[in-house]
Design a protein around this ligand. Structure first.
Ligand code: KG4
Ligand code: ZN
Length: 350
């Protein structure tokens, strides 16, 4: 039950990792990222994503096993993302996992991608596992597909305490970067532009109005506010998109910086409300692709320092989609005996 192979193909990446449950360490991982391919389309093209995953997944497996220095026959259990995600992409991973499990008589466990993100904060960048995390804690998970706050009670036991009513935070970064004339994904570009002007708030974009009884996120109004601000500034045409003739680096930096500060304020406000609602909670974890953002990490770290809470985050390599988080969740589900079967049952979580 010790060696777990984690397979993640819910969107445009193909990540595979080997986690050793006995030693509680990640032995190796490999990732095939398709960012370059989708960049030109301004977003993920589902048909291209799954075809390309199908082509590459065997090579990703070979590389992960080589880095982990283990053979496939030494693996005990296969953990595979079963939801949510693009159906074609999910099918690539699930069918690949089922094929190996059937042919080599391995156990299989279906894993919820969001649970993978939540527990990615237990992994350290050197492959070791954090031993000092105390349950329960709060997790802010923000990526291109989702944004939510969770109250995490134990391994595999968690509840949503606030989520987005519309877009995800990463989607707001991606769409607004596109409005400014940049490619997909936009989060890292927005961060770079904002850093160049010292993370100042130039335009005071609208913040989500959460309350103690109704903690939520909403980014669609923010997106529209930025859009109309760009139209007003004469740098965006509602029919043709960004106006290259009028757009300037100064505008791009000021919009990016104001957007990042705004999202930082929204995150900090909602985390503050969550701490107020659950005063016994002593720590906060930050995960998901958006957690790569150093400014947002610092904002949340500062908030936790003020509130005397412990802050921890997934290492940048495991913020975006990856196989390591799926292997880690697979390891505790295997310990708990929560296996799936090779039937459709693998579509339910272990
Ligand atoms: O977790 P992830 O790889 O995929 C999903 O499950 O969605 O997250 C991708 C998202 C994208 O929206 C991307 O723009 C965002 O994470 N992202 C960032 C940064 N790096 C990636 N957002 C803000 N700042 C960053 N540095
Ligand atoms: Zn994800």
């Amino acid at each position: 039950m010790s060696l777990i192979l984690g397979i993640e193909t819910s969107c445009d990446d193909a990540g595979i990792a080997v986690y050793d449950a006995a030693q509680q360490r990640l032995l190796g991982h490999a990732l095939y990222s398709q960012i370059k391919m989708h960049e030109q389309y301004g977003g993920v093209v589902p048909e291209l994503a799954s075809r390309s995953q199908l082509e590459k997944i065997t090579g990703v497996l070979d590389l992960a096993l080589e880095r982990a220095n283990v053979r496939l026959d030494q693996i005990d259990t296969i953990a595979v993302t079963n939801r949510p995600g693009l159906v074609g992409s999910l099918l690539v991973g699930i069918c690949f996992a089922k094929g190996i499990a059937w042919a080599m008589d391995k156990k299989i466990i279906g894993i919820d991608h969001l649970e993978g993100h939540i527990f990615s904060s237990f992994l350290n960048s050197d492959g070791s596992t954090k031993q000092d995390v105390r349950f329960p804690f709060i997790t802010l998970s923000a990526s291109g597909g989702h944004t939510a706050l969770y109250l995490v009670h134990d391994f595999g036991s968690y509840e949503i305490i606030g989520q987005t009513l519309d877009d995800a935070a990463g989607e707001a970064f991606d769409k607004i970067a596109k409005m400014l004339g940049f490619g997909y994904p936009g989060g890292a570009t927005i961060e770079r532009l904002a850093r160049d002007v010292g993370f100042q708030d130039f335009f005071n974009y609208p913040r989500t109005k959460s309350t103690l009884d109704n903690i939520h996120f909403s980014f669609s109004g923010l997106k529209t506010a930025v859009l109309y601000d760009l139209v007003k500034k004469g740098v965006y045409d509602l029919h043709k998109g960004p106006r290259a003739d009028a757009m300037s680096l100064e505008i791009q930096q000021q919009v990016a910086s104001s957007l990042l500060v705004c999202i930082g304020d929204i995150f900090a406000k909602n985390v503050q409300l969550a701490f107020k609602r659950y005063p016994a909670i002593t720590s906060l974890a930050f995960v998901g692709g958006v957690a790569c953002n150093a400014y947002l990490r610092t904002r949340l770290q500062d908030l936790c320092n003020q509130q005397k809470k412990y802050f921890f985050a997934a290492p940048p390599a495991f913020c975006s989609d990856n196989g390591a988080m799926i292997a880690f969740v697979g390891s505790y589900k295997a310990t708990q005996g929560r296996f799936s079967t090779l039937s459709l049952d693998v579509l339910r979580d272990g």
